[in-house]
Design a protein around this ligand. Structure first.
Ligand code: NAP
Length: 332
């Protein structure tokens, strides 16, 4: 079968499309014929050796895939050949087939297509957990989303609206802000690109305060990091919740803790992957909620770009170069 392989750590130019042997299905495992896989920021990090989990070389990147069950191993109940499923495996998805532990596999509704399922799993899974279990976002609260046109960012805009919040989207270009407004964001603004100067940080805080009538945002969803974080935190509302999602801008910020005291706010870590292992029932329940919101037309995962498996390296580059608006999908 065909698979994208990382044979040497480095940039996307080091990736190769190779013929590899089909994976064996062992006890407790499910073999999936992949129809769509989606690109996530960890793929960018993993091929460079910069991710928290590093597989030995060579490996196939790709953290999640949707497809059809081809075979099940011993000790697998609940799945059979022909079932539509998605799997969150952390790696191996940019290939014609993937073998996944049964715990990482979930059925998808008949009405949902493979691309939507691949687009929804990690981004909406992370974001519902963040907004519901971690932030306890309430109707009519204000949700500020940084990097709002990215994968998890646009999911936060979409889910924030579905949960009844007032959503403010912040992104690096008008084109990206427009995508967020099309997805229902109430307000949107452009922030500068790069290492923000002190004045730019003040401007960012000021803009958030201005758009919230001086009160600040009740919940801040931050997948960007760097010095965007402190500027945003300075504009959080009293008893607000600051969600630490990721550091797409590269730098992990160091936050003066007096801000948490002065704002009476919570700085809340979000590690969805770990939670899915600790509370698999909670995660399954969340996905039932997501499927229902989707079938009711209340959420609408955005697939911005599609690539073939042969061009999977370009798909990763597209995300890395900050060009994605919503999800980048590899169709197989
Ligand atoms: N905590 C969790 O459980 C969890 C789960 C999934 C993902 N994540 C993390 O969330 C972050 C975003 O993931 P994603 O898949 O949504 O990525 P993505 O689609 O690439 O979105 C990231 C956004 O960050 C912004 N950004 C700012 N500086 C950037 C830079 N130097 N390079 C690239 N993007 C930059 C970009 O928006 P602008 O151009 O508008 O600034 C981009 O749209 C990653 O750090 C990822 O590891 C965390």
């Amino acid at each position: 079968m065909k698979a994208l392989q990382c044979v040497e750590l480095g940039g996307v130019e080091k990736l190769e499309i190779n013929q590899v042997s089909e994976p064996d299905v062992g006890p407790g495992q499910v073999l999936i014929d992949v129809k769509a896989a989606s690109v996530n920021f960890p793929d960018v990090l993993m091929i460079q050796g910069l991710y928290q989990f590093q597989p030995p070389l060579p490996f196939t990147p790709g953290g999640e895939a949707a497809g059809v069950v081809e075979k099940v191993g011993d000790d697998v109940d609940g799945f059979k050949e022909g079932d539509k499923v998605f799997a969150m495996t952390g790696m191996g998805a940019f290939a014609e087939k993937i073998v996944a532990p049964k715990e990482s596999v979930m059925p998808i509704p008949e009405s949902m297509d493979f691309e939507t399922a691949a687009a929804l799993s990690m981004t909406y899974g992370t974001t519902l957990y963040a907004l519901k279990q971690r932030a306890n976002l309430q109707e009519n609260e204000t949700l500020l989303v940084l990097g709002a046109a990215g994968g998890v960012g646009l999911a936060a805009v979409d889910l924030g609206k579905a949960m009844g919040a007032k959503v403010i989207a912040a992104a690096s270009s008008q084109e990206k802000v427009d995508v967020c407004l099309q997805h229902g964001a109430d307000e949107g603004f452009i922030y500068p690109v790069g290492d923000l100067t002190r004045d730019q940080q003040k401007e960012l805080s000021g803009k958030i305060k201005e758009l919230t009538g001086g009160i600040g945002a009740n919940v801040i969803y931050d997948p960007v990091g760097s010095n965007y974080s402190e500027a945003a935190l300075r504009a959080i509302a009293w008893e607000g919740r600051y969600l630490v999602i990721g550091f797409a801008a590269g730098e992990i910020p160091k936050i003066p803790l007096n801000l948490a005291l002065l704002k009476g706010c919570q700085i809340v870590g979000v590690f969805w992957g770990a939670w899915t292992g600790i509370d698999s029932k909670g995660n399954k329940d969340n996905f039932m909620d997501l499927f229902k919101l989707h079938s009711d037309g209340k959420i609408n995962p955005e697939v911005s770009d599609k690539f073939s498996l042969d061009n999977a390296a370009d798909a990763i580059a597209h995300l890395q170069n900050r060009k994605a608006k919503g999800k980048v999908i590899i169709t197989i």
